[in-house]
Write a protein that binds this ligand. Structure first.
Ligand SMILES: [Zn+2]
Length: 231
């Protein structure tokens, strides 16, 4: 009996020590704390402009006479594409990127002209922004296209953009698709076409009208670019 009591009190002693021990042992001095926080601050500073030196051409799809897809309540693809491209431009510029758009207003620009601009501005990336349309009004979700005809490695850009958009927009993931679009084939830089969501779907048309949702789309594209460039 005495042995049991003794071992119980020994156990309690060990438990108390193991709880209090590490706290006393790991006391961090004020100076050490300052060093830790200044190291953290300098890490944050260097990551403030991770896209410094990167040139990106965003291509709001359609424009002018070409409205693109039109939703059941009249929202046009050309409007959505421009809104999301302008929001994406802001986010990318705040990260230090040099951003150009193929159009800043509701004007017609040929597909050859759009692709040629990617080469002219010395873009590192070319991203064409679209919203989908389908005869089947139940079709919904996000998809991204690349052209294996141009460069099979563009798959990785498309995959990264797709992941960023699905994570932020929360729509069904329709995956990355290989399609030899003229606008992709004619550019000489890593290129992708993003299809944000379906304008032909009533629910997604309402979402594409919403400023918060468009901001999420822009955030998704931005995160996709950051991940692709390994930042
Ligand atoms: Zn389109």
């Amino acid at each position: 009996m005495k042995i049991i009591k003794l071992s119980v009190s020994l156990l309690v002693f060990i438990m108390l020590f193991s709880v209090t021990g590490p706290i006393v042992g790991n006391n961090v001095s004020a100076q050490e704390l300052e060093e830790i926080s200044s190291t953290y601050a300098s890490t944050v500073d260097t990551n403030e402009k991770p896209l410094e030196g990167v040139t990106i051409l965003l291509d709001p799809g359609h424009g002018g006479w070409d409205a693109g897809a039109v939703g059941p309540t009249g929202l046009t693809e050309k409007e959505v594409a421009l809104d999301v491209s302008l929001l994406t431009e802001d986010k990318l510029e705040s990260l230090g990127a040099d951003v150009h758009l193929t159009r800043y207003s509701d004007v017609d620009v040929s597909l050859y002209r759009r692709a040629a601009m990617a080469n002219e501005v010395g873009a590192d990336l070319f991203i064409s922004v679209h919203a989908n349309g389908a005869i089947n009004t139940a079709a919904q979700g996000t998809e991204t296209y690349y052209s294996s005809f141009r460069n099979p490695n563009d798959y990785y850009l498309a995959e990264s953009l797709q992941e960023g958009m699905v994570n932020n927009m929360g729509r069904p993931d329709r995956g990355v698709l290989n399609q030899d679009f003229l606008v992709l084939r004619a550019s000489n830089v890593p290129s992708a076409v993003v299809e944000l969501a379906f304008l032909s779907n009533y629910e997604e048309e309402q979402l594409l009208r919403d400023d918060d949702f468009k901001d999420k789309a822009a955030q998704g594209i931005t995160e996709g670019i950051l991940n692709y460039l390994g930042e």
